[in-house]
Design a binder for this molecule. Sequence first.
Ligand SMILES: *[C@@H]1O[C@H](CO)[C@@H](O)[C@H](O)[C@H]1NC(C)=O
Ligand SMILES: *[C@@H]1O[C@H](CO)[C@@H](O)[C@H](O)[C@H]1NC(C)=O
Length: 381
Amino acid sequence: MHFSVIVASAIFATRAMAVGVVGTPEGFGKGTTGGGSATPQYPADIAQLKTWLTDSTARVIVLNKEYNFIGSEGSVTETGCRPASNTCPGNGGQDAINQASWCTNGNAGAGATSISVTYDKAGISGINVGSNKSIIGIGSSGVIKGKGLRIANGAKNVIIQNIHITNLNPQYIWGGDAITLAGTDLVWVDHVKVSLVGRQMFVAGESASNRVTLSNSEFDGNTSWSATCDGHHYWTIYLTGSNDLITMKGNYIHHTSGRAPKVGSNTLLHAVNNYWYAVSGHAFDISSGNVVAEGNVFQNVVKPLNANTGNLFGSPDSNTNTQCAAYLGHNCQLNAFGSSGTLGGTSVNALVNFAGKNVASSVSSSGLASSIAANAGIGKI
Ligand SMILES: *[C@@H]1O[C@H](CO)[C@@H](O)[C@H](O)[C@H]1NC(C)=O
Ligand SMILES: *[C@@H]1O[C@H](CO)[C@@H](O)[C@H](O)[C@H]1NC(C)=O
């Protein structure tokens, strides 16, 4: 008794002192090491955080407070629009910035009107993270407010763990993306929380993002500025990169209304043991690519699948699911549906590309909803 108490406190003391990435990624992002064994460093302010994130030194960057970028680059007032989707102006709708002529090229829909928009400039462009970085938070204190992270143009080997990215002009479509991948390899996003963004919570496209694992993260779509006018964020996870291999495991996606995820190009997506809850619109929307969805829970999800013109294997029944073994190394697990629509998906063609890759394991969806809700996001490791 006495002995085990001493051992337990010794282990606790070791854990409390060791600041670093917890665990290792499984699935396609396996092998991502980020800043490796670099000495943990605590940025004093947003300027130092930006310098350390963008330089070419391998770093373990530790966030133990909020880094607030709002106002740091000034604000912009210009002509944007009230898109046709905003049927509830001034009452929970989302207006738009005219990014890439979105307001004027027809995307804003028939009946869209020009309006003046004022937004925070820091939110609309992410920090360009360099190679070999780990960005980790302590407890639930590591928050980046008003700016996202962008891993692009060949930067690779990046770990983002246990931080919260929030408040990127949530009132405006195109107000900001939380995490952007555009031309990278080996990225592990784990136990991250994203809330209140204007545009995508996570986006991989259009250039190749190669091997990526997105795990144990919380995508909280609860918003006062909804493109679907119902308090749910529409722009959630957008996976349209070329040559992207993306594992999504253990994520909690809730109070969203669309694109969670949208899949395009030749993306290979393994969506395993995730939990969708209170989705007023759709989860998957697949225009092309290969998707295997197994062992997930859909609770109060109006449409688990919006449309599919790619290859979707939705793990339809235990007999068909044995076909996964040859390519994924295990039989696929059934998905679970509570007060939800259907997913469908019987394309065994979606399985073929998994052969020879690092594939995440799967467990039965039984009991997963509560464990994922309790363990996903910031402050849980
Ligand atoms: C990242 O680390 C790898 C392995 O140590 C090294 O080869 C590469 O040059 C590093 N990249 C940068 C941009 O420092
Ligand atoms: C949504 O956010 C509002 C404002 O923070 C909060 O009062 C409400 O409880 C949240 N709702 C859900 C379902 O999380």
